[in-house]
Design a protein around this ligand. Structure first.
Ligand code: FES
Length: 236
């Protein structure tokens, strides 16, 4: 069929549509490729590298790499899983993620990825950075200690809300998400109903009054690992 592209994921022949990324085509074929900065409806960013696959033996971000005829994608070998484990562990140690006290626990994609990959303790030393908490907005709370720099809030604010409330500033280890007003989020045009306020995969941006609203046992990842909605036999 015109526009249909045939390639291979983990030795299995699959098809996708021209213009799709490997991650999108994999998902259409019931194959979950772990991701963090990727969010449906937002432009792919390719920032976190959690979706790394070996594509014709080269490490590539599946969320930005377009499919092509005959590609050979390794999405789930031990070598690939180890790359992802290392990335996830580094995300944990370079921020302050205290899952047991976090309002996002049970709904947090970073925590869920750690469970999926069997990570109980990172192999790297914790950096314990000192970062700001922004409580200036009446409806939204921002804790930079939990930010993983995925940029989902930045893209959602621009692409979904038509605003530019969030943006990246700084370089290297000093890179962080900032708001477009001095004085904090409360001085911006941010609204509690903005898509950006619910785009965060971790507990860095939280809408006030929603914390712990879902009881333990009914949270998204209490019973099924992240990605099980994509995988065959999973529960949406
Ligand atoms: S999900 Fe692909 S780089 Fe983040």
């Amino acid at each position: 069929m015109s526009g249909t592209i045939e390639f291979f994921i983990d030795g299995r022949p699959v098809t996708g549509r021209a213009g799709q990324t490997i991650l999108e085509a994999a998902e259409d074929n019931g194959i979950y490729i772990p991701r963090l900065c990727h969010m449906k409806g937002l432009t792919p960013y390719g920032g976190c590298r959690v979706c790394t696959c070996l594509v014709n033996s080269r490490a590539q971000a599946a969320c930005t790499q377009p499919i092509a005829p005959g590609l050979i994608v390794d999405s789930d070998s031990e070598a690939v899983r180890e790359i992802r484990r290392q990335i996830i562990e580094m995300l944990f140690v370079e921020g302050n993620h205290f899952c047991m006290f976090c309002e996002k626990s049970g709904s947090c994609e970073l925590q869920a990825l750690a469970y999926r990959f069997g990570i109980t303790a990172p192999r790297h030393p914790y950096l314990f950075p000192r970062r700001e908490v922004d409580a200036t907005h009446a409806g939204v709370f921002v804790d930079h200690n939990r930010c993983v720099l995925c940029g989902r809030c930045v893209r959602a604010s621009r692409q979904s809300d038509g605003k530019a409330v969030f943006g990246f500033v700084g370089r290297g280890p000093g890179r962080r998400v900032a708001v477009n007003a001095s004085g904090g989020l409360g001085r911006t045009e941010a609204a509690t109903a903005d898509a950006a306020m619910r785009a965060c995969p971790v507990g860095a941006i939280l809408v006030r009054g929603e914390a712990y609203a879902t009881p333990i046992g009914r949270r998204p990842y209490d019973h099924q690992p992240i990605g099980s909605d994509v995988e065959e036999g999973g529960t949406p």
